[in-house]
Each structure stands twice: as C-alpha cells, then as structure tokens.
Write a protein that binds this ligand. Sequence first.
Ligand code: MSP
Length: 644
Amino acid sequence: MSVDGRYYITTPIYYVNDRPHIGTAYCSALADTLARFQRLFGNETYFLTGTDEHGQKVEKAALDRGISPQAHCDELSEAFRELLPQMHVSNDDFIRTTEERHKVVVRAALQQLFDSGDIYAEDYEGWYSTAAERFWTEKDLVNGKCPDSGQDVEKIVERNYFFRMSKYSDQLRAHIEANAEFIRPPHRANEVLGFLDKGLQDLCISRPKARLAWGIELPFDTDYVTYVWFDALLNYISALGYGGDDDLFQTWWPHSNHLLGKDILTTHSVYWTTILLALGVPLPKSIIAHGWWLRGEAKMSKSLGNVVSPLGMKDVYGADVLRYFLMRDMVIGLDSDFSEAMLVRRNNSDLANDLGNLARRAAGLVDRYFDGKVPTEGAAGEEERVLHEMASALRRRVPELVGDLKIHSAIEETLQFVRSLNKYVTDTAPFKVVKTDPAAAGRILYTVLEGLRHVSWLLTPVMPMKMAELHEGLGTSPAITTLASLQWGDLEEGSAISMGKGLFPRAEPPEEAEETPAEPQAKAPKKAKSKPKKDSDVIEFDDFLAVQLVVADVKSCGPVEGADKLLIFELDLGTETRTVLSGLAKHYAPESLVGTQVVLVSNLKPRKIFGVESQGMLLTTEDAEGGVHLLRPGAPAPAGTRIQ
Ligand code: MSP
C-alpha cells in the first residue's frame, strides 16, 4: 500500500504484433484494480499504459500484411486502446512509442549516456536471435538455440553500440538487498540476484539500419536505430515528460510501481534499473511480477495459438464478471489456468449464489414488507454486533491484504462476510419475524442492506460498474470517496431502494468442457435456460445445482433405539450442525465413522423418522452383494464445501 498519498502504476507497453488476449488484458485489469484500491484507500493515483511499436517483430508483422509499419501500428495500437474502456480500465494516459513526445526522451537519454561514456561502439560477434531480437553468448544457448524462444540463432559480427550495464551491477545488487519491497513477490528478488551472480555483460542497444529500419534513429549515428527494449522501457518516464516540462515526472516518479509478467522481469529489474542508475534517475519504488494465465500446461500466447479473447469473454459474461474471475482466481506471482468452465463456476457460486442472491432476497423482503424503503435500524442485538465487527475488521483487512498483493484473499474475505450475511438471513428468518415483530424484521433487513453497502464499496475496485449499480440501488447514503468515510449506519432510513433486475444472472456452462472463443469475435449471449426435452434423461445445469451437495464432518454417530437398520449422525456443515438418520447400521460400526467426512444432500425437506427429524440425506453406493458404502470427497475439504 502507498504510505505517502500517491501511487503511480504502469503496465508493460504491449507489443503491437498481435491483438490483446486474456494474458495482456489481465495485466491491464490488475493494474486498474490496484489503482482503484489505492484511490479507495485515499491515495492519488496516476495510471499509465500503452503500446510498444518498434522493433523487428512489429516490422515483420506489418510486412506480412503488406502495409507500412506505421499503418499497422496505428491499427493495432487502437485495438489495445479500445479494449481499456470495455474492461472498465481507468488509465490516465496511453503512450505509444511512435509518438514524438516519447522519441524526444529516448534521443536525449541516448545522447546523455553517449556523452558520459556509458554508451560506446565496438565490433561484436555473437549469436543473434530474430525471435528474441537480441544477441546471446555461446553459453547462453540451449541446444544451440535461443534460450527464450527456442528458435534458431545466427552468428553475426557487426559494429554496434553498447550500454555499460556491467558497471552498475554492484549498485543494483546493493539496492535490491537493502529494499525488500523493491522486487515483489520476494522470491523474484532472489531470481534477479541469481542473474547478477552470473556476471552482468554490457547491453547491445543498437541495430544497424541495414538489418532493421523500424526504430528510433541513434542521435549520434544515423546508420543505426535503437534496440527496442532500450526504447520501450523509457516510456515510463517519457510519458511523465521527463527532461522537459516535467511537473508530472516530479509528482509521480517517486511513487512509481511497475507491474509486469514474470517473462519480462529481467528487462525491468536489470536493464531498466541500470539505465536509470546511469541516467541519474532514482529507481522505481517497486517492480511487481505476476504469473501467467495458462491453457493446460502452456502459457497463453499467440505463438502457441491458444489465446482466449477478452472481448469474446466480456461479450458473453460482462467485463466485471471477467475481472472478478481474473482477480479471484490468480494468486499474484503464481500461474493459473484459464478455463471458461471455471469462470462460469465462479460466477455462479460467488456472484449469483452468494452476493446476487443476498441482494435479491433483501430487496424482495424490503419491497414486500417495508414498501421498498430502508427500514429503521433499531438497537443492535448480539448477532448484529458480530456483523458490525466483521464489517469493521474488513475495512482494516482489505487495505492490508491489497498492500501485500493478496487481492484474491481480499476478495475471498469479503465474500465470507457475504456468506455470513446470507446465513444471518436464513437463521433470523425476517419473513417470519415480520408477522409478529416488524421492528425486529426491519433491524435484520437494515443490517443486511448496510452489510451489502460495505461489500459494494470493498469490491468496487474489482467490479466498478456492477458495484456502483449495487450501492446506488441500496437507498441513499453518503458518497464514499475513501474507505475512511465508509461508516456503519450511514444508510439513510426511509430512503427508497431500487434493485430492479438481477445483479448477477447465473451463467450456463460452456457447451464443451473447454469451449472458449479463440478469436476476437463476439459470441452470442447464451439463452436463458429451457425446459428439459420430453422423454429425455437430460437435465439443465441449473436443475442439478438446485440440489445442494455439501461435505460434512461426522461429529457423532450412534444407533437408533428400536430401529436396527438406522444410525443417527450429528454432522458439522461449517456454519451449522445437522441431525441426519441413515440406514447404515448393518454396514458400519458407528464409532468408525466419527471424524470422517461424508456427502450430504443438504436442502432436502426434513423428514421425521422414528420420531426424529432427519435434516438431509447421505449419499451412498450399493455393491453387487448389497453392501452399502458412503460417498466421500476424494480429498479432505472444509466442512460445508459445496459440491458441484
Ligand atoms: N512490449 C513488451 C513489454 C515492454 S514494457 C517496457 C512485452 N509486450 S507483450 O505484449 O508481449 O506482453 C505484455 C505483458 O503481457 C507482459 O507483462 C506479459 O507478461 C503479459 N502477458 C502476455 N501473456 C501472458 C499470459 N498468458 N498471462 C499473463 N500475462 C502474460 O513484453
């Protein structure tokens, strides 16, 4: 978390040799979520993104299409720019490396380093990889191929310009060792130190025009253009007007945080930092490396042809649901698998079942019994006090977790609060209470609405539009500019609520297990569920989900007097305890079942058996000899885990 009131966040600038995919869109969505959280915590933010337009890959992509590199860049850069509002990304600036404001800074930096002797010319012999656009030494090669791309390399001798990167190695190492927050997560810092241990070489920062024309000409030698990485990295300061009228630079650079994927950690934490040291510019505050979205075992990337289109996903599920999935299902720093089926599951469980359902239940009851107006809060009882305490704990926890880059945990802890609110409604049954004690029912519903208002603000950085819809529908409350102004009890009693349509409709699972639109064409929204076909055994997914299957811990188990086939179980479902009878006495010794896990149908209508109310049914199988076996989860799961 920023502690000094300002936060400058950057994404890498995206190569325009390809259109955006989920991997690149994730980076923008994550930077946006971090920026929005910082604003919520009361920090001013500046958020930069853009496109990386020079170099061989881009030149080749344009040549392949038979158009000029500039025309190609104009078109592709626009595809990245247009995606941002569609993903609800709130960037302040978008820089293109073909813009003059950028080129001016690159030329000035090159000239400064040339004048200071940190850039020098030398004949160089090395292995050149077109795919990685760089030279490798003999020992870098893996089986004679480029270690980055696995592609062929060719031996080239040519005169080039070099940046004295090696000179700054010790200074960089000292900075990394002294600043634990500099490279995050911390295990990435060890990776960079390991890289430095191998000995830093100088960096070739020029390309002869004879080989590559598409780049920024060196100011001191017109036969060469600048190596694309040297050019691209400078975007982080050129966009702030470094070297010119640099108010923006003075304001934001001391608070800079670079977000990037782990594949470009070295270029940022070694190339970029040593360039800054040579220029005499302070180092950024932090470099944050996230993992990759995979498809199966492989990184999602154009070259592997396994990309998923963010626009395709957004058109089917909506940008905020896509953002929710990307933020909830990736632990920053680790890799994660992208699957549409997982996205649907996340939508249906967290958003439709938990959050959407709570909002719908509360709004329905307020409409029905309180004329659609926020009821009176009344005096809090024990249960309400517990919920108030949970809400204020969340107001403290979320900034801590986000500061530690644990966005997934911040979301999960907020969802746990939603689940507690749902349980509170179920336990207190306001629809019954209202008939005898309307004030008590009012207190319950006020608590739920106020809880929902808290949730809506805490999740605003993740789902800005959906959460605005939620808090706007909850009745009148003061505008929240920062988390400090989110206070329990500020929801105005008597103000009208208006939660029209369902906030989070359930989604149908993809037709095939791994169906995802691979190209950026929009997919038609899925139709609402239809009735099962006649004379068919097929049921809709929603019908299946109507049966609630949960994992339960067996707390106790014993015989039932007068019923020699039955066992009576006391089961722990995490949030409640259930009594269940099951015909297992001939198959299990009761004491052998205590401490094990079973699967329970938890929403069956209770039935009286031998005078005892059985609150659910255990799942079992029967073998050929008539032996009955309890079904159990394949791996231990927390009590109450829903099976779907
Ligand atoms: N142009 C360079 C960055 C220059 S920054 C001065 C570049 N561009 S890129 O378009 O190839 O990648 C941009 C970002 O997207 C990188 O941080 C990269 O890690 C990220 N991703 C690309 N594919 C990804 C996944 N499959 N998953 C997550 N992010 C990945 O590198």
